[in-house]
Design a protein around this ligand. Structure first.
Ligand code: NAD
Ligand code: PRE
Length: 283
């Protein structure tokens, strides 16, 4: 927002002194406050950036201090649970427009952000019934100003789509790294020594914040379990093909999935964002 000149004044809140100091030092915020209630006073836009499970508590704390006419949004990775937790606290006259930028890294904290993070990434807005069009349009312009492509969808659809494209893949990465870690004890660190690029990509994802991801799975339970069920069925089919030596099945499957990767790259959704510990993208 600062790089694109989209905000007059950026005010932040974080619970620890260290985070607040860092936010000032690196110029993320013009001012920081010890409480969220102080930070939101006089703001025309308030963005909740806490783990999904903490959204309701923070919304409750700030509710009495929100300016009439202000827009309240969030960046949570799950939308139905955030709406259920936040909406009851939103005062009349404040516009709540839930959102979710589909961009991030495995890193957390104020230093993990960078100005190009949202460029050519999707940001999904999930307006609730009764929201006037103007606050939604303003928020759309804000995200577009940061380089994002904006779409609107309903919360249930959002949670199902993200269960496929983000939540279940994270669970699979966590599992694969856990399996390798168990094996390490058997193979005496060979797993680390000879880890190939494919496994390193899993370890990047599996290094993501434990609190954030615990909350994602606790709050997007049904959609994740649905996709995980389908994943397990496919895995069993591939397992059977390997056991039977069914090369045609494996080849056809891998040909189909390769085309999906090419589609993502052609759509410009791959990233050339700065390397924050990422492994290189293999094309
Ligand atoms: N990291 C990503 O890739 C990514 C991408 C899109 C959306 N999100 C979503 O954005 C939100 C924030 O994630 P992040 O990656 O910026 O995490 P982060 O760890 O960088 O920031 C979260 C902050 O919330 C604070 N916090 C936790 N519980 C709190 C509470 N009860 N009250 C006040 N503050 C509290 C933490 O101390 C931390 O400072 C999450 O809802 C996450 O699902 C993350
Ligand atoms: O690249 C990563 O580290 C991410 O996982 C970012 C990612 C994703 O799954 O794409 C993670 C969670 C979000 O809610 C949005 C983006």
């Amino acid at each position: 927002m600062r790089a694109a000149g989209l905000a007059g004044e950026i005010v932040g809140h974080a619970r620890t002194e260290e985070t607040r100091r860092t936010a000032l030092e690196i110029g993320l915020c013009d001012q920081v406050y010890e409480t969220a209630a102080e930070a939101v006073r006089g703001a025309d836009l308030v963005v909740l950036c806490v783990p999904v499970g903490a959204m309701g508590e923070v919304a409750r704390d700030i509710a009495p201090f929100l300016e009439p006419g202000a827009t309240l949004t969030d960046v949570g990775s799950v939308k139905q649970a955030v709406i259920e937790a936040v909406a009851p606290h939103v005062p009349v006259g404040v516009h709540f427009v839930p959102g979710h930028p589909l961009a991030g890294t495995e890193h957390s904290g104020p230093r993990a952000g960078f100005a190009t993070l949202f460029q050519n990434r999707w940001c999904l807005l999930v307006p609730v019934d009764g929201t006037p069009p103007e606050p939604v349009a303003r928020l759309r312009r804000l995200w577009e100003g940061m380089g994002a492509n904006v779409d609107e969808m309903d919360a249930a659809h959002h949670d199902l789509v993200l269960a496929v494209t983000s939540h279940t893949p994270h669970l699979i990465a966590y599992t694969m790294v856990g399996v390798a870690d168990d094996l390490r004890r058997v193979t005496d660190s060979e797993v680390i020594k000879y880890s190939a690029a494919g496994f390193r990509d899993f370890t990047r994802i599996a290094a993501s914040d434990p609190t954030m991801w615990r909350d994602v799975f606790l709050t997007n339970k049904d959609a994740t379990l649905e996709i995980l069920g389908r994943f397990t069925e496919e895995l069993f089919a591939l397992q059977r093909a390997i056991r039977r030596g069914d090369g045609d099945h494996l080849h056809a499957y891998f040909t189909r999935t390769r085309a999906i990767r090419r589609g993502i790259i052609d759509a410009g959704q791959d990233t050339d964002a700065p390397d924050f510990g990422r492994t290189k993208v293999h094309r």
